[in-house]
Design a protein around this ligand. Structure first.
Ligand SMILES: [Zn+2]
Length: 99
């Protein structure tokens, strides 16, 4: 059982960052199947990651709601971007019709 061990590329002997890639990310050598995760394992990990991601999304949403509610008490101001001081008469410096 080598599930928890870091797989090492047999070609360049570097630890693989991912067990999903079929090729070594360093030297591009094809990796033996035993170093890679089985499709079922991969699916399970992806499902777990998706669940975690959803949880994180929900947490972030709740935190955003809390922030909105606490804004009146803490008085945090949202920084507005500086307005562009565009002068519509700036073209008058050209002086086309002075004479
Ligand atoms: Zn390699």
């Amino acid at each position: 059982m080598s599930e928890n061990e870091t797989p090492i590329c047999p070609a360049c002997r570097r630890p693989l960052l991912t067990r999903f890639a079929k090729l070594c990310c360093y030297c591009g050598a094809a990796l033996p199947a035993e170093l890679l995760l089985a499709p079922e394992q991969k699916a399970e990990i992806e499902r777990r990651e998706l669940l975690e991601w959803r949880q994180r999304q929900e947490e972030a949403e709740e935190r955003a709601k809390e922030k909105k509610g606490a804004r009146s008490s803490s008085g945090t101001t949202i920084q507005m971007p500086p307005r562009l001081n565009r002068n519509p008469h700036s073209s008058s410096t050209l002086g086309g019709h002075g004479t």
